[in-house]
Design a protein around this ligand. Structure first.
Ligand SMILES: Cc1cc2nc3c(=O)[nH]c(=O)nc-3n(C[C@H](O)[C@H](O)[C@H](O)COP(=O)(O)OP(=O)(O)OC[C@H]3O[C@@H](n4cnc5c(N)ncnc54)[C@H](O)[C@@H]3O)c2cc1C
Length: 392
């Protein structure tokens, strides 16, 4: 019987397994993940999980029953350490192997780390359930008052929102000139930054980290290159994530800031696919190759790979989507905020909302909304793929 092995049981891998069955795939499916928990959603880990008074349950991507009903062999707490492309098998950390006909790499990404704090206590990163539980535990301690957040990306701002709601003193330190610079336009990030500032978050933009102060092996401050010192009982580092490409690289697959894939999510080995945070591909909606880190991207790429494996038509391209929850603001972005030359924005203070259109000529390239969740579907319809300029 034909076997598809999926390495990584996050939202990309789990949805790929589901989409294979939906497309009528009859072979065996092995869904492998190194974590113990049932595959779960990561977004709540930096939002509701940090604020809930009692430790909540992780939100499963699918109930256990789903895997049983769909004959998906869920292999948890199993780490894959090698891919043998010639023998068409993968190797686990315990030395066991399993064969594949088709392989999907859905290995995700890992937080980028600072190399200047060694094993200093009180410095936190966030990717998985354990990280979130540790961060939450530290934030709820009565002697944890001053929080320094390094990086004003989405996760940094989400942690800042949670911390300010817990009554902490919060300072966000960012080397760029504004927040969320990789994912949203200045119109939206300035709006969001102002609201967080009003709520008490202090932002330090264009500032570089020099090192950390410590007291008895526990962080006590963040030292900036201009000589300033930010007092900190807890430091959260949110400086982006690096794709987990080690397995792919060791197997000789093409990698360049992610595993390189074509429009069917095929790697340089036609029997091996890569999807989600670990994959980098062309987009129909923005020039150049992109590696996206969103639930929508992982889900969409899972469907594309499953269709290709089942010899079905490729799903029609859909604009990228992403959301965040920041101190009473539901921020949603549709499309990719790049290559626009015209910005139209409409803000309201009461009730609080924002709608931003990013255009290139007449074409709507991307849109961003705050507290207007019902606008997302209409805006997604209004965003069209780029017109191909290549001679086809
Ligand atoms: C705290 C947090 C909040 C987020 N909030 C949002 C949000 O609000 N909106 C949004 O759109 N996106 C959000 N994201 C991003 C989103 O969660 C990711 O884009 C998505 O989880 C990517 O899914 P994935 O399956 O590609 O990777 P992952 O979810 O990282 O899953 C990959 C899995 O593969 C496993 N794995 C890796 N290597 C191996 C191996 N060798 N052997 C076995 N298993 C392996 C990993 O342990 C992991 O479980 C957030 C991310 C984080 C961390």
């Amino acid at each position: 019987m034909d076997t598809t092995v999926i390495i990584g049981n996050g939202v990309a891998g789990t949805n790929a397994a589901a989409a294979l069955r939906k497309n009528g795939y009859e072979g065996a499916i092995k869904l492998i993940g190194e974590e113990v928990a049932l595959p779960y959603q990561r977004p709540p880990l930096s939002k509701i999980w940090l604020r809930e008074p009692a430790r909540p349950n992780p939100t499963p991507i699918r109930p256990l029953r789903f895997f049983e009903d769909n004959r998906i062999e869920l292999m948890r707490a199993r780490k894959v350490v090698g891919i043998d492309r010639t023998a068409r098998e993968i190797r686990f950390s315990d030395g066991k192997t399993t064969k594949f006909d088709t392989l999907i790499l859905a290995t995700g990404a890992s937080p980028r780390r600072l190399d200047m704090h060694a094993d200093l206590k009180g410095v936190h990163y966030l990717r998985g359930l354990g990280d979130s539980a540790q961060l939450r535990g530290a934030l709820t301690r009565a002697d944890c008052r001053n929080i320094a957040i390094i990086g004003a990306g989405v996760i940094g701002l989400e942690v800042a929102s949670a911390a300010i709601e817990m009554g902490k003193t919060v300072t966000v330190i960012e080397s760029a000139a504004r927040a969320m610079a990789r994912v949203a336009s200045p119109a939206t990030t300035n709006f969001v930054t102002q609201k967080l500032t009003d709520a008490g978050v202090q932002f330090l933009f264009n500032r570089k980290i020099e090192g950390f102060g410590a007291d008895n092996h526990h962080v006590s401050s963040v030292n900036l290159s201009d000589g300033a010192e930010v007092k900190a009982d807890l430091v959260f580092v949110g400086i982006g994530a690096a794709p987990n490409v080690e397995l792919a690289q060791a197997a000789g697959l093409d990698c360049d800031n992610g595993i390189c894939v074509d429009e069917d999510m095929r790697t340089s080995d036609p029997g091996i696919f890569a999807i989600g945070d670990c994959a980098r591909s062309d987009s129909k909606f923005a020039p150049g190759k992109l590696r996206m880190e969103t639930v929508h991207n992982a889900t969409t790429q899972a469907q594309i790979a499953a269709a290709a494996i089942c010899n079905k038509d490729r799903p029609a391209p859909v604009p990228h989507r992403f959301w965040s929850d920041l101190k009473g603001m539901k921020v949603q972005a549709i499309g990719i905020a790049a290559g626009y030359d015209l910005v139209r924005s409409n803000a309201s203070q009461d009730p609080l909302s924002l709608e931003v259109h990013l255009k290139s000529g007449d074409r709507l390239v991307a849109a961003e909304v705050v507290n207007l969740p019902t606008r997302q579907a209409a805006l997604a319809k209004a965003i069209s793929p780029m017109v191909s300029t290549s001679a086809e």
